[in-house]
Design a protein around this ligand. Sequence first.
Ligand SMILES: Cc1cc2nc3c(=O)[nH]c(=O)nc-3n(C[C@H](O)[C@H](O)[C@H](O)COP(=O)(O)OP(=O)(O)OC[C@H]3O[C@@H](n4cnc5c(N)ncnc54)[C@H](O)[C@@H]3O)c2cc1C
Length: 495
Amino acid sequence: MNAFSRRGLLRSTAVAGLGAVVVPGTTAVDTASASAVAQCAHCPCPPAELTGRVVHPSDPAYADASLGWDELFSHYPLVIVFAQNTQDVVNALTWARQHDVALRVRSGRHSLEGWSNVDNGLVIDISELKSVHIDRTARIATVGAGLNQLEAVTTLAKQNFAVTTGTEGSVGLSGATLGGGFGFLTRWLGMACDSLVEAEIVVPTGTGCAKAITASLSENADLLWALRGAGNGNFGIVTSLTYRVAPLNGVAYIQATWPGTGDLHGVFDAWQSTAPHADDRLGTQLEVHKNQILLFAVLAEGTPAEAEQMLAPILSVGSPQITAQQGNWGDVYAGFQVPIDVEPANWKFFSQFTRKPFPKAAVDVIAQFMSTAPTDDSNFFTQAFGGAVVKRPKGGTAFPHRDALFYSEPGAGWGQRGTQPGVCDPLTPQAQAWIAEFSQALRPYVDGAYVNVPNVGMQGWEKAYWGSNFRRLRGIKTKYDPYNVFQYEQSVPPA
Ligand SMILES: Cc1cc2nc3c(=O)[nH]c(=O)nc-3n(C[C@H](O)[C@H](O)[C@H](O)COP(=O)(O)OP(=O)(O)OC[C@H]3O[C@@H](n4cnc5c(N)ncnc54)[C@H](O)[C@@H]3O)c2cc1C
């Protein structure tokens, strides 16, 4: 990752004393002696020390270690622990509780509001937990929670297995799965969280301790239900994930490009009336940009000819340029990745689900806003639902949006990586205003929101993310995290 000069900002944050947490025996930004802090008088477990790869503000690795994927958000944690095993996570959570230090959990760093990081607190980063164990006979894979999606997809695909993931390889597998997780295989295999059958999770115990427990259909089944769609930073720190994996020998991958947006109405109508009802093996995404429309499709266990036939109603609109590919899912997935360095630095999205097809007026809104998009990278993104998404797995899930026709999000991307903090970019106010107005204009046509793409400041976000499941989530929160150790701007509060 690139690093712009964060030291100056760090110093000014410290001087201003923003939300400073002073730990006994140390200072807000100097944790070199953190392990030697005074013993907690009432703690039922021994004083904890931070273990693993521990990065302090004075370390050369700190600037990179504190940077998130979305550079719109900058945070300056007191200390970052890169856990090397579950015990490091137990120690970190215990330490944070014993010293009353705010904490956040982090995996792939793609939180779209910067909520996996915190000023003057402890970041427990599990991205270095990379183990993989695949039981071919049982069709079960247990992986360290630190895998990113590219690592998970390619590792499983080498053995001709797959689970649903999102499309961007650098996104954390944990972060995606615990909030639901959709992608090209969603209509075939369901949400990523639907295949999650077990998790190891470190939870708070007593008044100042922590321990690892298992969430599965037979142990703490209520917690497994909650982790399937509401697990991000709400109940504990997930250290390993066990999935039911599906055999997958190969896929067909189609990309179609329409120049300009003149065909938008035709393409969008054809897509929304066919894609959510197509053969379950077919997953599609539509991306409307300022100067082009892109359709991406993956057909599991199919040929390009079969895929093009299924997509014919869409591909017959205008004269798109079409490319087709067939191969191992891991190779195809790796092939369409965009390197992070060339992606815009700053991003702002607004998530929404749709249960009834968009009328002409809604597509007009898309056309109107895309014509004034702040950059060429800004886009209106959709993912077809239907197929296996409608089926709940055994034990159910906190993810509620089973009856959506499609997911969509207006997204603004701007700025060059590593040059300046996003808040200083002159385009930031324009991009933020554009996304706010665009999403507001679509409100009459959409319903609900996706917790993995949080809508900051949204009224009624609890219901928008989880519908009537929110009440049960609060009860489960009370059981596993009664003191609300895991909290952030839109976390589940105890009942
Ligand atoms: C470019 C881009 C593309 C995306 N595409 C898709 C897509 O195709 N499909 C889709 O479903 N989503 C997509 N998303 C949304 C994505 O699923 C979320 O941003 C996801 O939460 C990121 O996870 P992470 O581990 O990378 O991020 P992080 O910032 O590390 O974490 C995100 C959240 O999860 C929590 N968390 C992370 N790891 C753990 C853990 N082990 N235990 C408990 N809590 C944890 C964090 O505390 C934080 O609240 C996309 C996001 C981006 C930025």
